[in-house]
Design a protein. Structure first.
Lengths: 405, 181
């Protein structure tokens, strides 16, 4: 049975508080609960049973499918209430995708109808396109309102939910509604390409049916709606992002901190506080350095005592009567002495004469240095010579040295 | 242009403070501004003297010690970790609350649950006096400011946030390694 709109709105106006309370009962209510509500809010002497019948007839409530004598608000009226109370629900991506598919199908129909020049089919396709665009626009706006509501709920946190729980909620909002919404307006994505192609088709129709007044007006109206759809969707997205992003960033930071703290406390509980090695991590100086320092007064007092101090000769440390035997022949000095004595017929004898106080191993080192030097021309004699040294006799072919030619 | 490092403003006071482990932030006025304006010179000078001056991205300065480190670090960190967890459980924004709220010492949650009491015992803090000692240390190192029976944190408290991030990151890396192996 058709509903008289005027009767519907009159009834709704008279019984607003009752309707609002029914709307809030998400899970529905049984006959007794509904009667109790009616008694609380009724404005006339009408019996609860009579009023329940009216509510059913006006399609404000309907019986629950899974219980007898129990009711819930009809979806149509609930949607109207949500709209009026700005409590819209989020539209899922799947629904939006379905709209897009529908739009593409209607666009294909319009394209074909234009080719066939069938005016009635063109009008029908334009109606469908307009209807779908309006649904997308309304849902986009509803999403924006719903997102703002969710953000406000998370911000106010009346239920005292933890940071992690709130972050989960915002993350869900972000990934399930904002990201898809972004895809809808992203110029590189299919939605935008599809709307571009629709725009071209509508432009073509506007030009093609310039002389058909009614059809031409329909094409223009549809084009204008398309412009409005794009503008509103972009505005809805930006507004939603504006609301969600700061909260998302702040909750993400808090959530990371909370998880870090939980891990830290867990480790302290299991392995003790030393397991975190916090003194090394924080590396805060203990401040002991100050104890090792002295202030200016101390320095002045010290210098005052130092002033007028006469240094004394350092005490002589006796090393015994005999001077220590030299142990090392300086290579530079050796070469220079040799250079001045050139030519030398027997280097070993020269060393024994000149450095007689040096130990024999050091003389041999000097002998080796001379033999290996590139500064002189060397040559051995054919005859072996015997050298008498304290406690030993050395047999060798004398090494002759002369200056390089 | 300062050519002689000894002409750096507030050099002795700044050095004394940093040596004692103090963190210098904008609230410290002249000392902060002197470091902010001449950071490179201070860093070079302290480096020659064997001290490592650090500038934190959140705009404060401190010495990173190497050998003689404060053993109060663990207790300060535990104090802040418990407070952060408590705030999180209360549904408060953790970072924002730590950075902006003034906390009454008598209302601290550190001895309210058995778990917290165990943590505190583990770090050698047995009672309210011990808690006062930790808060005094936080003030001494420039992490907090006391006002009577209350205190609030200063921006260097971000160093403890960094620790939380580092712990979480290390755990995640370990988990990734375990998965890949």
């Amino acid at each position: 049975m058709a509903i008289n709109p005027q009767s519907f709105f009159n009834f709704a106006a008279q019984n607003y508080h009752l309707l609002h309370d029914i709307f809030r009962r998400n899970g529905g209510m049984n006959d007794a609960e509904l009667s109790e509500l009616i008694r609380r809010y009724r404005v006339s002497l009408e019996s609860p049973a009579g009023l329940i019948e009216k509510l059913v007839n006006l399609k404000i409530i309907e019986p629950l499918p899974d219980a007898t004598a129990s009711y819930e608000m009809t979806r149509t009226v609930a949607v109207l209430f949500r709209f009026l109370l700005q409590e819209q629900r989020l539209t899922s991506t799947a629904v939006i995708q379905a709209y897009l598919d529908e739009l593409e199908r209607a666009q294909a129909d319009l394209d074909q109808a234009i080719r066939d020049d069938k005016h009635s089919l063109i009008e029908r396709a334009l109606d469908e396109i307009t209807e779908t665009m309006e649904r997308i626009r309304q849902d986009s706006r509803a999403n924006r309102e719903a997102i703002i509501n969710e953000v406000m709920t998370v911000k106010s946190n009346r239920e005292k939910r933890t940071v992690s729980e709130r972050f989960e909620k915002i993350l869900h909002l972000w990934s399930h509604y904002l990201e898809p919404l972004k895809d809808l307006i992203d110029v590189r994505k299919t939605m935008d390409a599809s709307l571009d192609s629709l725009e071209r088709l509508l432009k073509q129709g506007t030009e093609q049916f310039l002389l058909d007044g009614a059809l031409h007006r329909e094409f223009i109206r549809c084009s204008v709606r398309l412009v409005r759809l794009r503008r509103d969707m972009t505005a809805d997205f930006l507004e939603s992002m504006h609301e969600v992003e700061p909260l998302y960033v702040s909750l993400r930071q808090d959530s990371t901190l909370a998880r870090g703290v939980a891990r830290a406390l867990e480790r302290i509980g299991k392995a003790g506080i030393k397991s975190l090695n916090l003194p090394a991590e924080l590396a805060i100086p203990s401040g002991w350095l100050r104890e090792g320092l002295f202030d200016n007064t101390d320095v002045e007092a010290f210098l005052h005592n130092v002033r007028g101090y006469q240094p004394q000769e350092p005490p002589v440390i006796s090393l015994g009567t005999e001077p220590p035997a030299p142990r090392f022949i300086q290579p530079d000095e050796l070469i220079e002495s040799l250079r001045q004595a050139l030519p030398i017929g027997d280097v070993l004898q020269w060393l024994l004469d000149r450095y007689e106080e040096y130990p024999f191993p050091e003389l041999l080192r000097a002998y080796g240095r001379i033999f290996g030097s590139d500064n002189f021309k060397t040559g051995f004699s054919k005859e072996v010579k015997s050298y008498q040294l304290p406690g030993m006799t050395v047999l060798a072919r004398p090494l002759a040295v002369e200056a390089m030619p | 242009m300062i050519e002689n490092p000894c002409d750096l403003p507030f050099l002795d006071e700044i050095f004394q403070r940093l040596c004692r482990g103090r963190h210098i932030c904008a609230e410290d006025g002249n000392h902060y501004h002197a470091l902010y304006d001449n950071f490179d010179l201070y860093q070079q000078l302290f480096d020659r003297l064997g001290f490592r001056l650090e500038a934190h991205p959140r705009d404060f300065y401190y010495f990173r010690g190497e050998k003689s480190l404060s053993d109060g670090s663990s207790r300060m960190a535990l104090f802040i970790f418990i407070l952060m967890e408590f705030l999180e459980g209360q549904g408060e924004p953790v970072a924002e609350s730590i950075l902006t709220k003034e906390f009454v010492i008598a209302d601290m949650p550190h001895f309210t649950t058995e778990r917290y009491r165990l943590y505190m015992k583990e770090s050698g803090i047995a009672d309210h006096d011990g808690l006062e000692g930790v808060i005094n240390n936080l003030e001494r190192f420039g992490f907090a400011v006391r006002r009577g029976g209350a205190f609030r944190f200063r921006s260097p408290v971000y160093r403890f946030f960094d620790i939380c991030h580092a712990i979480l990151q290390a755990d995640q890396q370990q988990a990734e390694c375990e998965v890949s192996s």
